[in-house]
Design a protein around this ligand. Structure first.
Ligand SMILES: CC(C)(COP(=O)(O)OP(=O)(O)OC[C@H]1O[C@@H](n2cnc3c(N)ncnc32)[C@H](O)[C@@H]1OP(=O)(O)O)[C@@H](O)C(=O)NCCC(=O)NCCS
Length: 220
């Protein structure tokens, strides 16, 4: 267990103290150009076509690690597949329906975090993510999710952020739990993972809960 386990400092989560639900923008904000520094060496930025070679190499180097919980790994066998994924993510970003970011540390891509398509009618979104095995265990994904949660509530004016995670994926489940999400229960057989069904735990956080936690300093 790391020294900082379970405790998120308010400053780690960006500008959450400036968010008030009544200040949510009426119009949809542009989401496809995004840049957010996590620290002096690490940032999130919108994915770009030029990332294809580097991203494919990262997936290739992490197949066993990613395959444990992600269903698309075996189908991603050549850089063309990564290009197709990026093209669709870039289009979604441009159409303001999603936001897929690369996590860059020391000048290298080390993971992905993003919104699955934004549901504008219901002002809700789901976050999905993965990290290179070599950077797991440093709080990078918890901080990345914190930044996208701030963006969802503070800039895009959304009301609900959800993070689904396989019941057995303890590392993934720890992220919404650390960030104070509510466990809403199990979606049975939510995902086909190569050779079996996996159940998902549904976690969610509402804008008013995020604001309250920031204000009373109880972000965990
Ligand atoms: C899911 C996944 C992204 C989680 O990665 P992770 O490194 O455990 O998550 P974080 O980057 O938030 O790091 C948390 C760890 O860093 C520690 N940490 C250090 N500094 C921290 C900080 N400032 N804030 C939070 N945690 C911190 C935590 O204590 C925790 O360590 P522990 O597991 O030893 O308790 C990663 O395991 C992964 O990519 N798995 C494969 C793909 C996958 O499962 N994707 C999700 C599908 S739903």
């Amino acid at each position: 267990m790391s020294q900082t386990a379970g405790k998120i400092k308010r400053g780690d989560l960006g500008h959450v103290e400036s968010i008030r639900p009544q200040e949510r923008p009426a119009a949809r904000a542009r989401v496809h150009v995004f840049h957010h520094s996590l620290d002096e060496d690490t940032h999130l930025r919108s994915i770009a076509e030029a990332d294809a070679e580097e991203l494919f190499a990262l997936v290739d180097a992490n197949r066993a690690h990613l395959r444990e919980w992600l269903p698309w790994v075996d189908a991603n066998t050549e850089v063309t597949h990564t290009r197709q994924f990026i093209a669709s993510a870039v289009k979604q970003n441009e159409d303001e329906l999603g936001l897929t970011c690369v996590i860059v540390q020391g000048g290298r891509i080390v993971g992905i975090v993003g919104y699955h398509p934004i549901n504008q009618a219901n002002k809700s979104v789901e976050i999905g993510y993965w990290l290179s095995r070599e950077v797991v265990g440093r709080g990078l994904m918890t901080r990345s999710c914190g930044a996208l949660i701030d963006h969802a509530f503070g800039v895009l004016g959304l009301n609900r952020v959800a993070i689904p995670a396989a019941v057995g994926n303890a590392r993934s489940r720890a992220i919404p739990e650390r960030l104070g999400f509510t466990n809403e229960g199990i979606t049975r057989e939510a995902e086909w993972l190569y050779d079996r069904w996996v159940d998902h735990v549904r976690y969610s956080l509402l804008a008013r809960e995020w604001v309250k936690r920031a204000e009373d300093g109880s972000l965990r």
